[in-house]
Each structure stands twice: as structure tokens, then as C-alpha cells.
Design a protein around this ligand. Structure first.
Ligand code: SAH
Length: 371
């Protein structure tokens, strides 16, 4: 097979580096594959949507972003309708979620008046698409863009922060450790005889192992995502200082478990995460227990995680669908129903995807997270 993937400047650079300095940790490889200026996946523009490498909830149904928008308005309302606040989105993709959310927020003109939107986006081409889609979103202040999520979360001007991140955390890099012969070793990337990237056992490591997982079976894989925990930590610290709320939606699990969840998608199909750095979207399951612990350790209160399907139903997805289909043609109505079903059905995205809310510690559960 002619290898169209071989020889990209990025993969050649990574190969040269491994040949010179030895095995590369997975998180470093991932970071390079996704965000390196010389060919990282998101730098070229991340084809998102039905025709692209992967599709996401806001691309499937407008109801998703609308309900997120109403959720944010409701949090702002419960916080006493502050006259100035930061409305932040982590990893806005093509901007569809924010566009739908702001359209729904037109029911609360004071919210649109008070919002300073901050879009946190590493990709220049996705940023352009967000700029286009948000040009007429009805915000009174021009949105700002930031490329560095740490900086964005730390740039606290004292105003409350209302934040949404959908399928952002799954894009941040992970480390993997494998258990064998009585020790954990980090998994690293080397070159085989054909100069292809392959996993190898790396040095002995002592990862923190959650209670309950202290007797791993031979070959068990443990995943750690320090950057994802750090994002939850910075978010918690910020809303403890200045108020607000955050909603993190992603695919993942509720309690930490063993397993290799690394995956890559190109053209909507599974791809080898190592073979084409920069040409496939690399993600892994999000460990929601770890995010909740990080929030709690910083004084904030995590709520959930709640299955995406359950959350959307609690937020009124069916009523919104009924309103949308009332004046639609039968074909359009069927498409609307099918889109929502994909987001909600447990066999589709409804239970694989989960939502975690983070609020200040004295706040009651936000909408959809009541127990
Ligand atoms: N939220 C969108 C897109 C999800 S894809 C949706 O639901 O459709 C992941 C998004 O995160 C993309 O916009 C990508 O460019 C951005 N992203 C990934 N890694 C990033 C990083 N390290 N810093 C900033 N943005 C990043």
C-alpha cells in the first residue's frame, strides 16, 4: 500500500527525535500530534461534522447548544444576574454550540448584554469559523479569543465565570502505564525495524493508583491525564474566587478503571493513533471521578456526572423538539427527531457521554443535576 501518511514533516521530525534521543512518552507524542505548529492535527483545521473526521453533539442537533445556552442563562440567573461576567467556551470547534446557545439566550437580553465571551481555541482555522458564526450572535461586547486554556482560566478579572466545554478534555493528552511482573511501567513510543511508531514498555513508574484498583491484573493499563485534572482544578479555583459555574461534557466513565481507551479517528473511521501523527483526531475516555476529585480538592462542588441523555431530557429536550417539529415538514421533523435520538439514546451517545457541573461550594445543584 502506498503510504500517503509517511513523510509528513511532523512525523519525520518525531521519528528523527526518537532516533536521536530515545523513546517518547505518550503525552508528549499526543501533544505534538495534535497541536504542533508544523502539522499538528488541530493546526490544519480538524474536520468536524458529519462529513469530517468526527462529529459532535452540537453538529448533530441544534437542541444540544440551545439547552446548554438555557442552562448557562439559568446559572447566571441563580447567581443573581451579575451585570458583567465571562462566558467561556473551551474548544469551541466550528462554533455551532455557542451560536445555538446564544440564540437560545435571546430570551434573556440582560445575559447577552452582560456577557464577555471568551473562546479558547488552539486552531487558527477553527477560530476563523467561530468568528464567522458568532459575528451576528447578538452579543453586546465583541468576543475574545485565547489559545492557551491555562492562561484563559487564570486570567481572572473578578467577574463570575460561566463555562462550557464539550469534547474538549478528551483532546488533552494522557499518559499510560502498564502493569507487568509486579511493577508499573510507563508506555512510551519507539520506532520498529521499519521505522514505524510502536508502543514499548518504558521505565518503571509509580503512578497514583485509586483505591480499589490496587491489585491490577497482569497487563492492566492505567491512564492518567494530569492536564485534564489541572483544567478542572483551575476552573474550580476560579469559580471559588469569583463565582460562576462550569459544565464539562465528554465521553468517559464515572469511576476510574483499568483499560486502554486511546483512540484515533480519520474520515469517520478508526485509525491507528500512532501511525499518522497530525492526520487523525486522537482522544481517550475522560475519567470523571478524577475531575470531580480535582474540583473538590479546590473547595468547589462537583455535581454528577449525569448521563448526557438524562441531562438533556431533564433540561427539556422533548419540549424543544416538539416546538421545532410543529411547523416543520414531515422530513425535517423526522430529521430533528433522529438527531435528538442520537444524543439521548443509551445505545448511541446518551450514556457514553456524561456531564459534570462544577459550582461554588455553597450553591445548590444546577438545573439537570438535582439528585
Ligand atoms: N466543542 C466542539 C469541538 C470539540 S473538538 C464541539 O462540540 O463540536 C475539540 C476542540 O478543542 C477543537 O475546537 C480543538 O481545536 C480544541 N482544542 C483541542 N486541543 C486544544 C488545546 N490544547 N488548546 C486549545 N484548544 C484545543
Amino acid at each position: 500500500m502506498a503510504d500517503k501518511l509517511a513523510g509528513t514533516p511532523l512525523s519525520e521530525r518525531l521519528k528523527a527525535e526518537i532516533a536521536k534521543t530515545g523513546p517518547m512518552p505518550l503525552d508528549r507524542f499526543w501533544q505534538e500530534a495534535m497541536t504542533a505548529p508544523d502539522g499538528g492535527y488541530y493546526m490544519a483545521g480538524a474536520p468536524i461534522g458529519e462529513e469530517g473526521d468526527f462529529t459532535t453533539a452540537p453538529e448533530i442537533s441544534q437542541i444540544f447548544g440551545e439547552l446548554v445556552g438555557l442552562w448557562l442563562v439559568d446559572c447566571w440567573d441563580r447567581a443573581g444576574r451579575p451585570a458583567a461576567f465571562t462566558l467561556m467556551e473551551l474548544g469551541p470547534g466550528r462554533g455551532q454550540l455557542m451560536a445555538d446557545a446564544l440564540r437560545a439566550a435571546h430570551m434573556a437580553p440582560d445575559f447577552l448584554e452582560a456577557a464577555q465571551a471568551v473562546m479558547v481555541e488552539a486552531s487558527p482555522s477553527l477560530r476563523r469559523s467561530q468568528e464567522a458564526i458568532m459575528a451576528n450572535a447578538g452579543l453586546s461586547k465583541a468576543p475574545e479569543w485565547q489559545t492557551d486554556w491555562r492562561q484563559a482560566l487564570q486570567d481572572d478579572d473578578g467577574a463570575p465565570l460561566f463555562l462550557i466545554g464539550n469534547e474538549f478534555l478528551d483532546a488533552l493528552p494522557i499518559q499510560q502505564f502498564q502493569w507487568g511482573q509486579g511493577a508499573w511501567r510507563s508506555r512510551v513510543i519507539e520506532l520498529d525495524d521499519a521505522a514505524d511508531f510502536v508502543f514499548r514498555d518504558g521505565p518503571v513508574a509509580m503512578p497514583e493508583v485509586p483505591t480499589g484498583l490496587d491489585t491490577p491484573p497482569e497487563g492492566a493499563i492505567l491512564e492518567h491525564a494530569p492536564e485534564r485534572a489541572e483544567a478542572a482544578e483551575l476552573l474550580a479555583q476560579r469559580i471559588m474566587r469569583s463565582g460562576g459555574a462550569g459544565l464539562l461534557i465528554d465521553y468517559g466513565y464515572k469511576t476510574t478503571r483499568f483499560g486502554d481507551s486511546l483512540q484515533a479517528l480519520a474520515g469517520g473511521k478508526p485509525a491507528d493513533p500512532l501511525q499518522a501523527p497530525g492526520q487523525a483526531d486522537i482522544t481517550s475516555h475522560v475519567d470523571f471521578a478524577r475531575l470531580a476529585t480535582a474540583a473538590q480538592a479546590n473547595g468547589a462542588t462537583p455535581h454528577g456526572p449525569v448521563d448526557q441523555g438524562v441531562l438533556l431530557l431533564r433540561l427539556g429536550a422533548e419540549a424543544r423538539m416538539a416546538a421545532l417539529t410543529r411547523s416543520a415538514t414531515p422530513e425535517a421533523a423526522a430529521a430533528i427527531a433522529q438527531g435528538l435520538r442520537r444524543l439521548i439514546h443509551p445505545m448511541q451517545m446518551g450514556s457514553l457521554f456524561k456531564a459534570l457541573a462544577i459550582t461554588p461550594n455553597a450553591a445548590p445543584p444546577p438545573a439537570g443535576f438535582e439528585t
